[in-house]
Write a protein that binds this ligand. Structure first.
Ligand SMILES: Cc1ncc(C[n+]2csc(CCOP(=O)(O)OP(=O)(O)O)c2C)c(N)n1
Ligand SMILES: [Mg+2]
Length: 429
């Protein structure tokens, strides 16, 4: 019998292609999102073996409850002063984002990326880690630099690629690199920071150092090969590294289903590699703090890596080049059931009598003024479109230890053409 005849009786295959639940114009209903209550998820000892708490990869570590109280075994019991500084740092990140987004719209820079709604992910981590621990962030963790007290002017100089930009305009705006603040150069190629963080952690362990590393990527980026090879290396060598997966539901216009969210959680990726996995309410600054401190303690005591999924929501566009109104319902950000991280910590501090609306409003005003002042100072070093801020021949500096012959030729040709054009700003001196 011909094989065609045999196959005629079989059911045809069909390819499954995920579809986001809501598209522009749709009413949003997030009631199907399973949310364990605050305080419900258990907290294992940091010395426990990863295989004894696999359930945590499917639960949700939450501290702040519906009544704005901090509850349960993960409550980090931070002092009111520490919580006020956490709140202030998150509010400063938001003020910075607002101002720089506007600067892009005013044509002062070509590009900007906000982290609105995700401020707790980076800021709480910065509070829970040691300043000496090394961070390998994606482009949405400006909160690390801001919480570590790095200069806003320096960040803005980079955004403007101006005279004060220590990276000499060689990186896309917002792709900072700050060795002094333990902030590794941001890469445009998604997930490359994951193996780098593991390598750094392995080196730290091999040298008998005491510092650990932490890295961040979006849920979409977990589909990259680099994510998986990093997990393998970290598991095999028990590298002292914290893997943060920021599940903000979207990867530009692709929803999380395209990275596997319909089948399992992102924290569950840890299970297959035999490493510790936690799933955390990413909009709960206290839960993020507690999870990071727990993972850091494991890393520091040679228990190896932890993967933390931060369950959150990207409240605004992917970047200044994006228009989310084209692909998702406008109702999503407001319907997100885990709320806003700044509002939740603010409401907690108010509920325990350690803050009030007037102080909050006054702080917002003060932070907006601070950011404005920094912006004025940075703009004295130049903005986009106001001439060349870095001498043209520095274009070839700082990449190769010794410039290859073909680049030397290109450099010479460029300089000859510029000299012929008679433009006065073309050369170093
Ligand atoms: C290797 C690689 N592929 C694709 C891109 C283009 N790109 C930039 S950001 C992005 C979405 C990433 O989404 P996610 O990892 O969820 O992070 P988020 O932006 O949500 O923080 C894509 C596809 C890239 N920069 N690098
Ligand atoms: Mg994402």
């Amino acid at each position: 019998m011909a094989s065609d005849d045999r196959r005629a009786n079989l059911q045809p295959l069909s390819l499954y292609v995920p579809e986001p639940k809501f598209r522009p114009g749709d009413a949003v209903d997030f009631t199907s999102v399973r949310l364990p209550a605050a305080g419900e998820t258990r907290r294992p000892d940091t010395a426990d073996k990863a295989e004894t708490f696999i359930d945590l990869a499917y639960e949700l570590v939450r501290v702040l409850d519906e009544d704005n109280q901090a509850v349960g075994p993960w409550n980090p019991r931070l002092s009111p002063d520490t919580m006020r500084s956490l709140l202030r740092s998150m509010a400063l990140v938001r003020a910075f984002d607002e101002r720089m987004f506007r600067a892009q719209r005013q044509g002062k820079t070509s590009f900007y990326m906000k982290c609105t709604g995700e401020e707790a992910v980076a800021v709480s981590a910065a509070f829970a880690l040691d300043y000496e621990d090394m961070c390998f962030p994606s482009y949405r963790q400006q909160g690390l630099l801001i919480a570590r007290g790095w200069s806003l002017v320096d960040m803005m100089n980079q955004i403007y690629s101006n005279k004060g930009d220590r990276l000499q305009g060689k990186q896309l705006p917002i792709m900072y690199s700050v060795r002094e603040a333990g902030f590794f150069s941001i890469s445009g190629n998604l997930a490359t920071q994951y193996p780098q963080a593991v390598g750094w952690a392995m080196a730290s362990a091999a040298k008998g150092d005491t510092r650990i590393s932490a890295t961040w990527c979006g849920e979409g980026s977990t589909a990259e090969g680099d994510f998986h090879s990093a997990c393998t290396f970290a598991s095999v060598y028990r590298a002292p590294v914290i893997f943060n997966v920021v599940n903000n539901q979207w990867a530009i216009s692709s929803f999380s289903g395209f990275a596997g969210a319909e089948s399992t959680t992102f924290a569950a990726r840890a299970v297959g590699y035999g490493i510790a996995g936690l799933r955390v309410d990413g909009n709960d600054a206290l839960a993020v703090y507690a999870a990071t401190a727990w993972a850091a303690e494991r890393a520091r005591t040679n228990q190896g890596p932890t993967l933390i999924e931060h369950f959150t929501y990207r409240a605004e566009g992917h970047s200044t080049s994006d228009d989310p109104g084209q692909y998702r319902s406008e109702g999503e950000p407001n319907a997100w059931p885990l709320g806003d991280p700044i509002k939740r910590l603010k409401d907690h501090l108010i509920a325990i009598g350690e803050w009030d609306e007037e102080r909050h409003a006054a702080q917002d005003k003060e932070l907006a003024e601070d950011v404005k002042r920094a912006q004025k100072e940075a703009e004295q070093n130049g903005i986009l479109g106001h001439g060349l801020h870095q001498p043209l021949d520095t274009l070839f500096d700082g990449v190769f230890e010794e410039l290859p012959w073909h680049l030397k030729e290109q450099q010479a040709q460029m300089l000859a053409e510029e000299t012929a054009s008679g433009r006065p700003w073309a050369h170093k001196s």
